[in-house]
Design a protein around this ligand. Structure first.
Ligand code: ATP
Ligand code: MG
Length: 457
């Protein structure tokens, strides 16, 4: 829900607008009776849009606009005026107002302008965030349709302080996603604390999460801060949440609801400002149904879910991933940069990576680097089980749950990669082979798909 501020020296008019806007737009509306009062609210509260009267005694509408500009405030302002003076409205726009309306106009117009202003602001924020996504070094590789959809979802959910659940198969990149949510969140410079719920013995899990006082249990010889406290205003990442013992689940739910923790052996509640991200590779819905996971906690976690696609749903990311993995593996092994011979990528793109997704691919790249003596990795260095898997591509049944458009785009991407690989990424030859008009047409399609020659191909 957005919060609107209506500012008018005639309080009755402001209240009427507030009433109508609450009813029409389901907004939260605040009212200010003077320019000074409005500036006061704006410096204190998060306001999404201001509806501002121009003629007021004291600080008038122009004064408010000026002050907002001086503060560098991004809040959109819609001015209204009763005098119908066009010049004054133009002047207001010049001073930073987004739109103007006449007091005679129906309130629906105002509501509409507000929606537009908020939407514009949201889009601007999102574009700024996407830029940040592109500029910064995100460890999350891949420009396949499925990965783009995931990155869009990350950008959308990151600024919201709510709890996020990341679901995906083993090795699909859940931890990298969690780090991106943190990086793009409100407090990227605060700590990112990860706790693997599966790795902790049952007796220790609660003390690890919530901390304990000295003497809280035998062995608790010193006071200890828990992970919630260590995360501070940053992010607490609860990995393998499905393995959290049931008693700890009950406590976690309470913490999420009350935004406060109590250390073991203490009775004092401490506030929890950290954002919580949980991850699982299990089917939590099924676990909740079977009584292995608390239903109430599951519903609490299930509000914002990021689903990390398995690698088999984005095989067109394989070349980029292999390029990077080759680079890092050769770096780690201190061997010469090896390159991929033809026909390797198609083999890797015909496999379904069902066991461990990207982690499995990383292991295979390591094995190929070790298996090849020279500088070039050929199909003979691809592990036998992959060469022989001979995945029967069931195109119609593949990528369940994904939209037709996404599947179509992924297929197109894979066709391009196969053709490019066959011609050693020679654009003109590939364009001819695909019977495209010229190499510029191919380049255009490649750009649309975010395709460039993998660094070590
Ligand atoms: N999209 C990606 N781009 C680059 N590297 C990736 C990507 N996805 C996964 N990886 C790499 O694959 C490995 C596994 O990723 P990660 O640990 O994030 O997976 P996970 O989903 O948390 O797995 P698990 O369920 O086993 O905990 C890591 O080395 C990670 O760097
Ligand atoms: Mg993990």
């Amino acid at each position: 829900m957005s919060t609107i501020l209506v500012c008018d020296d005639n309080i009755a008019v402001a209240e009427q607008y507030a009433y109508d806007l609450r009813r029409l737009g389901h907004h939260d509306v605040q009212v200010a009776g003077s320019g000074a009062a409005a500036l006061d609210v704006l410096s204190r509260d998060a306001i999404d849009c201001v509806v501002l009267d121009l003629e007021m005694p004291g600080v008038d509408g122009f004064g408010v606009l000026q002050a907002l500009q001086d503060r560098g405030s991004p809040v959109p302002v819609i001015v209204y005026t009763g005098t119908g003076s066009y010049d004054r409205c133009v002047e207001a726009i010049r001073r930073g107002a987004l739109a103007f309306i006449d007091k005679e106009e129906p309130v629906e117009r105002v509501a509409h302008e507000i929606e537009m202003a908020i939407e514009r602001r949201r889009m601007r924020d999102e574009i700024a965030m996407l830029r940040r996504y592109a500029d910064d070094e995100s460890a999350l590789l891949g420009a396949s349709p499925a990965m783009r959809a995931l990155k869009d979802a990350i950008v959308r959910v990151a600024p919201i302080p709510s709890t996020v659940l990341i679901a995906g198969e083993s090795g699909s990149g859940k931890e990298l996603v969690a780090r991106d949510v943190h990086r793009l969140g409100a407090n990227p410079r605060e700590p990112f604390v990860a706790v693997n719920c599966a790795a902790l013995p049952d007796q220790l899990v609660e003390s690890e999460l919530f901390g304990h006082e000295r003497g809280a249990f035998s062995g608790a010889v010193v006071q200890r801060k828990g992970a919630f406290e260590s995360a501070g205003r940053g992010t607490l990442f609860l990995d393998e949440i499905g393995d959290l013992p049931l008693p700890a689940q009950a406590k976690l739910l309470r913490v999420l609801e009350e935004r406060a923790i109590v250390r073991l052996g203490s009775s004092r509640a401490l506030p929890v400002p950290a954002r919580v991200i949980a991850a699982t590779n299990r089917d939590l819905a099924a676990d909740a149904e079977a009584g292995r996971f608390r239903k109430d906690l599951y519903f609490r976690l299930n509000t914002h879910v990021l689903r990390v696609p398995p690698l088999r749903d984005r095989l067109s990311d394989v070349p980029e991933l292999v390029g990077r993995l080759l680079e890092s593996t050769c770096g780690r092994f201190r061997c010469r940069r090896k390159r991929l011979g033809p026909a390797v990528i198609p083999l890797l793109m015909a496999y379904d990576w069902h066991q461990n997704n990207v982690r499995e691919l990383r292991n295979v790249v390591e094995r190929m680097v070790i298996a090849s003596d020279g500088d070039t990795i050929g199909p003979e260095h691809v592990p036998l089980e992959i060469r022989e898997a001979g995945v029967s591509r069931d195109t119609a049944g593949a990528m369940p749950g994904r939209s037709f458009l996404e599947r179509k785009a992924e297929a197109e991407r894979q066709i391009l990669i196969a053709a490019l690989d066959q011609h050693d990424w020679h654009v003109t030859k590939t364009a001819q082979d695909l019977e495209l008009a010229d190499h510029a047409s191919l380049l255009k399609i490649m750009r649309r798909h975010g395709l460039t020659r993998p660094s070590t191909a």
